[in-house]
Design a protein around this ligand. Structure first.
Ligand SMILES: [Zn+2]
Length: 140
């Protein structure tokens, strides 16, 4: 099966972010701008599934303006197709509720790259910008 077909099929079934909901009722409303993440964890999940579906514009627009620039899009365009995301596990969240302005989400994500199975374990920091959650950076 072609990778593109696989992505098409996945868009009609369970959301890659692992909530158990179907994509159309989970991250898709966020990806098409019909809804906004209420919590940092929701944004984290939607960014993971945006990486999965290679939605560079969404990844860019949910990156905090302080840490993104024209090179961000170029970097994403150059790398997004090289990685096949396989699994997301949220380890821990702190703050990041609808009432907070900052939040942290610790996660483990598994992927294939260069024919190898790999894993990242990251603590991401999120911050609100104009009332909407954005990804700031990674610590650890
Ligand atoms: Zn989702």
């Amino acid at each position: 099966m072609e990778e593109d077909d696989y992505l098409k099929i996945r868009s009609r079934t369970d959301c890659p972010c692992g909530t158990g909901k179907i994509y159309h009722e989970c991250c898709r409303p966020l990806h098409i701008g019909k809804a906004h993440a209420q919590t940092a964890e929701e944004l984290m999940r939607s960014r993971y599934s945006a990486y999965f579906f290679r939605l560079v514009d969404y990844i860019y627009s949910t990156t905090h303006p302080d840490v993104r620039g024209p090179e961000t899009i170029v970097d994403l365009d150059n790398t997004v197709n090289d990685t096949m995301w396989r699994n997301l596990q949220i380890v821990n969240s702190s703050k990041g509720t609808a009432e907070d302005k900052k939040g942290k989400v610790e996660f483990i994500a598994q992927y294939h790259h260069d024919g190898k199975f790999q894993e990242i374990h990251e603590k991401s920091r999120f911050r609100k910008h104009k009332g909407k959650w954005k990804y700031l950076d990674a610590r650890g």
